[in-house]
Design a protein around this ligand. Structure first.
Ligand SMILES: Nc1nc2c(ncn2[C@@H]2O[C@H](COP(=O)(O)OP(=O)(O)OP(=O)(O)O)[C@@H](O)[C@H]2O)c(=O)[nH]1
Ligand SMILES: [Zn+2]
Length: 359
């Protein structure tokens, strides 16, 4: 194999660099034909520099475009022409729904129609995967191209983002817990520079029998702060306690904060909920789907740990379906009804009505 080639970044590594660049506010080069930058981290100086390159296009998801009443010609996204005199504040107000109610008039918005939307689609996928607001600016590529920018092929990026994450065990050690003294924490690291995920093994569950299992999505507010806005903290405690009582179990702690949108975006969603929107509407107004989690990770981790059948602690039938679809037999759904409070009653009711959760 050519040494120079094998030392250079793979598409997955480029993707990881691109995420970091977008979070810093740096543009990335897509398919050698345009620059893409995240609206959330764009600085006035970079906007001025991008403007000099030619006409700019603002890419929003169809979810966000619906709220803004922009025309959606590409099913999943809208490409808005950026007027020559558009200010950064205006772009950021289109990306961020925080002030939608206070300042509803943002249009008229003129959307591009026809042509290939792959570059726009890749830009949106990149901002989501960087846990930024899903909104990007596309600019023509400067000539000569700017050196030092991360370049990636749009189709490669889309493929990498959609691909199943490959996780490798990194370290494991004994962690006795209040709920279960015989605990062991395993750390798994993805090959794409993404978030690490954890497995907490209670006792020594047999690999050839269904194991009591929980797929818990990270919730900093619920798990750590004891927030009453959701039921995550009590669910985590109850799951570990039940595993402790039974003597065996496996709890996957998946770092998919905010149903996969990241903590900053979840706080944006909370702030919209304070304006009267429910949890699903808040995600949509931000430009996200209700649930952006990749449930394949849970199934892959279970298999890696040697489990093929589970008794799953959950109220979410989508988790059951996704595990089954990914090769894990769910012999039983074990309900996990704890932590109801006056602060989360409406939230849990919305999840039952709109997301099919079983109350
Ligand atoms: N985007 C968003 N995420 C939230 C909100 N409230 C909680 N979360 C996240 O939701 C995830 C928990 O998932 P849930 O939908 O509560 O429950 P579930 O894990 O799908 O289903 P169960 O197995 O029954 O608990 C965690 O990642 C939380 O951070 C919210 O209002 N908006
Ligand atoms: Zn929570």
């Amino acid at each position: 194999m050519d040494t120079a080639l094998s030392l250079g970044p793979t598409p997955a590594e480029r993707l990881n660099r691109a995420r970091a660049d977008l979070r810093m506010g740096l543009p990335v080069v897509l398919s050698d034909s345009c620059l893409a930058v995240a609206v959330e981290t764009l600085s006035p100086a970079r906007l001025a520099a991008l403007r000099k390159l030619g006409p700019l296009v603002l890419v929003l998801t169809a979810r966000r475009a619906e709220t803004l009443k922009a025309r959606i010609y590409d099913t999943d996204l809208a490409r808005i022409r950026v007027p020559r005199d558009a200010e950064l504040d205006w772009l950021q107000a289109l990306a961020d729904p925080a002030d939608d109610l206070a300042m509803p008039m943002k249009g008229p918005l003129s959307a591009e129609r026809g042509g290939d939307a792959t570059l726009a689609r890749a830009a949106i996928a990149l901002t989501k995967s960087a846990h930024l607001l899903p909104a990007a600016i596309l600019a023509p590529l400067p000539s000569p191209p700017t050196e030092g920018l991360t370049a990636l092929d749009a189709n490669d990026a889309l493929r990498e983002i959609a691909a199943e994450t490959v996780l490798a065990p990194v370290a494991a050690a004994r962690v006795p817990m209040r709920a279960a003294e015989k605990g062991r924490l395993h750390i798994f690291r993805p090959d794409d520079g993404g978030e690490e995920h954890y497995a907490i093994e209670i006792g020594s569950p047999a690999r050839d029998k269904p194991v009591l299992a929980r797929l818990h999505s990270a919730c900093f507010t619920g798990d750590v702060l004891g927030s009453l806005k959701c039921d995550c903290g009590p669910q985590l405690d109850a799951a570990l306690t039940q595993m402790g009582h039974e003597g065996t179990g496996i709890l996957l702690y998946l770092n998919q904060e905010g149903r996969g949108i990241g903590l900053a975006n979840k706080m944006r969603a909370y702030s919209l909920q304070d304006q009267g929107f429910d949890t699903v509407e808040a995600n949509h107004r931000l430009g996200f789907e209700d649930d952006e989690r990749d449930f394949r990770i849970g199934a892959a981790l279970l298999k890696k740990l040697g489990f093929h059948a589970v008794r799953l602690l959950t109220n979410n039938p989508a988790k059951v379906r996704m595990l089954e679809a990914n090769g894990i037999k769910v012999v039983e759904r074990v309900p996990l009804r704890v932590g109801l409070s006056r602060h989360n009653a409406a939230y849990l009711a919305t999840k039952a009505e709109k997301s099919g959760h079983i109350l």
